[in-house]
Write a protein that binds this ligand. Structure first.
Ligand SMILES: Cc1cc2nc3c(=O)[nH]c(=O)nc-3n(C[C@H](O)[C@H](O)[C@H](O)COP(=O)(O)OP(=O)(O)OC[C@H]3O[C@@H](n4cnc5c(N)ncnc54)[C@H](O)[C@@H]3O)c2cc1C
Length: 551
């Protein structure tokens, strides 16, 4: 059996491709996903992801020992479920800074992917509950909403940021990125708007689209330099499916290079070293891995100001009832609703630190429970210079990959991470938070010098789950795909997902991935590019006053 297009992975990128390509009734599309369906209601409840980032919805991967973090191995959650990361992420809807995309065009050789050119694709995707202006739109598939019912500590955090000299920003995705404020979230009617719900559910009756879960692509089949199909593994065993037009790789920033490598497409010496036959020597596959590393401050509250207490059985039950009956309460929260963007390096081209306030003390960090409720302020460095790799551990397609983000290999990243953490600590000490925050528990009063902070970071830092860049778009020898997302040197094969981003945008990466795939689907269909909706944009991101003034 054959299809015109075969899409390998139903993350945000794969769901967008499946939906847009099957708009043409004359083409047949097969969407393959290794994970299962999103039948569990926890996938749809905003707070449900806290229970879903481990277990069946994750591949269960980890990094290799991190050389510049005292050899620590970090958990590296990547989604394995329909909707991919958009089914288990924290729903923060962020696009990054205009400068990020202008650098793609200007410095990374990706003409046509500058901010003015890509903005219409962000807008086409969104159904924004609040904004309709030069930067936002409504009526698209992806629900984007304000937090349902933020807790008072969220307002206090925003005031605390302003006390420290960081301005209030009502829309991080508009004219200006810098500031503190509320995030918009990928939610509609207080349910998660995953790519699966947004893009696939409304079209489930399309006859020309077939979606198969529990189908892991083991290899892309190449004949005479052309991709002709895929070999898949399901509960029934091995199967071959033919692609009449193209195989579209959308397995994520770890899964896509892994799939190319196990198909014999990648750096020849690496492939030989693990016993994979080299079919196409392409040095860039699996290189250029970039990610945001997250540090955090955890404070103990003066009372029940966050959702920690909801873990008690009777309160969990009540929270569930509240959500089912009224769509309110803790379950309607994404647990990260406020945050912001600011400068670790006052001279940075655009904000280089992102904050998000976690409404609990160990939602991801696994920190011991505090006596009172706790609150977490995360800080992630957004302009990493460190570059890592994804490599095969063996020729067996079922084996886990070797993921090496190579965090802090560039010392600048470590310095800036520490600066971000220091600003997070200061925010937590501002007057506005005094009625809510009793005392900092982590890093804690004994961790003061840079050496102590480095030790703290090495022991506790975690991924912010934003890997990109491992099938880089561009023109140089290390580029994997061209500006039309076609794999260099092969026919009938494109990569379209977070892995093609040449450098990581200064934000969470779900919305940028959806943008890439919205534009990618037009490229595949041979449609003209959407016209820019702004002609010039002001670069007026607020800048920090001199450090001495804000400290
Ligand atoms: C825990 C977590 C929290 C996050 N929080 C946020 C957030 O709040 N906001 C935000 O913007 N971003 C967030 N992100 C990041 C965001 O979700 C990702 O950037 C985005 O999902 C990337 O999309 P993708 O399509 O490139 O890849 P993925 O989402 O990784 O999807 C790839 C899909 O392909 C499937 N696949 C892989 N290999 C194969 C194979 N061989 N055969 C078949 N299927 C395969 C996978 O199972 C997966 O479903 C978070 C991510 C995680 C993991």
């Amino acid at each position: 059996m054959g299809f015109d297009y075969i899409i390998t992975g139903a993350g945000p990128a794969g769901c967008v491709l499946a939906s847009r390509l099957s708009e043409d009734p004359d083409v047949s599309v097969l969407l393959l996903e290794a994970g299962g369906g999103d039948w569990n209601p926890l996938f749809h409840m905003p707070a449900g992801f806290a229970k879903m980032t481990k277990g069946v919805a994750s591949w269960g991967w980890e990094t290799v020992p991190q050389k510049h973090m005292k050899g620590r191995v970090l958990r590296y959650t990547q989604a394995k479920v329909i909707g991919g990361g958009s089914s288990i992420n924290a729903q923060l809807y962020t696009r990054g800074n205009a400068v990020d995309y202008d650098l793609w065009a200007r410095e990374d050789g990706c003409e046509g992917w500058d901010y003015r050119s890509i903005l219409p694709y962000f807008k086409r995707a969104e159904d924004n509950q609040r904004f309709a202006d030069d930067y936002h739109s409504y009526g698209g598939p992806l629900g984007v909403s304000m937090p349902a019912a933020p807790l008072p500590i969220c307002d206090a955090y925003i005031r605390a940021g302003q006390e420290l000299g960081i301005p209030y920003n009502h829309d991080f995705n508009g004219r200006q990125q810098a500031g503190v404020g509320f995030y918009q979230l990928t939610q509609r009617n207080r349910r998660r708007s995953s790519a699966s719900l947004a893009y696939l559910s409304p079209i489930k009756d399309r006859k020309n689209l077939t979606v198969r879960t529990g189908a892991r692509v083991a290899r892309i089949l190449l004949e005479g330099g052309r991709a002709t199909g895929v070999e898949i593994v399901t509960s029934r065993g091995l199967e071959i499916v033919r692609a009449e037009r193209e195989v579209l790789v959308s397995s994520g920033a770890i899964g896509s290079p892994k799939l190319l490598l196990q198909s014999g497409i990648g750096p020849a010496d690496h492939l030989r070293s693990v016993g994979v036959k080299v079919l196409h020597d392409l040095p860039g596959v699996g290189g250029n891995l970039q990610d945001h590393l997250d540090l955090f401050v955890i404070a103990e509250c003066t009372g029940d100001h966050t959702y920690d207490g909801v873990a008690k059985l009777h309160r969990t039950l009540w929270a569930g009832i509240q959500y089912v009956l009224f769509r309110t309460g803790p379950v309607a929260s994404s647990l990260f609703e406020t945050g912001g963007f600011w400068y670790a390096d006052p001279e940075a081209r655009s904000p280089d630190i992102q904050f998000h306030l976690g409404l609990g003390s160990g939602i991801e960090a696994g920190v011991e429970r505090l006596k009172n409720a706790g609150v977490t302020l995360n800080s992630a460095y957004l302009h990493p210079r460190s570059r890592g790799t994804v490599r095969l551990s063996s020729s067996d397609p079922a084996a886990s990959p070797l993921i090496d983000p190579n965090y802090w290999s560039d010392p600048h990243d470590r310095t800036m991470s520490l600066e971000g953490l220091k600003i997070a600590r200061e925010i937590m000490q501002q007057a506005a938070l005094k009625p809510f925050v009793m005392a900092e528990r982590l890093p804690g009063p004994k961790v003061m010098t840079d050496e102590q902070l480095i030790d703290y970071g090495c022991a506790n830092a975690k991924t912010d789950h934003h890997p990109v860049g491992t099938c880089k778009m561009g023109r140089g020898p290390d580029a994997v795909v061209g500006l039309d997302l076609k794999v260099h040197g092969l026919e009938g094969l494109r990569v379209c997902d977070s892995s093609v981003m040449p450098r990581v945008p200064s934000c969470n990466t779900n919305a940028p991935t959806i943008m890439v795939s919205e534009k990618g689907s037009d490229l595949i269909r041979g449609l003209p590019a959407l016209a820019p909706t702004i002609f010039a944009y002001e670069r007026n991101d607020a800048r920090p006053r001199a450090r001495t003034e804000i400290r």
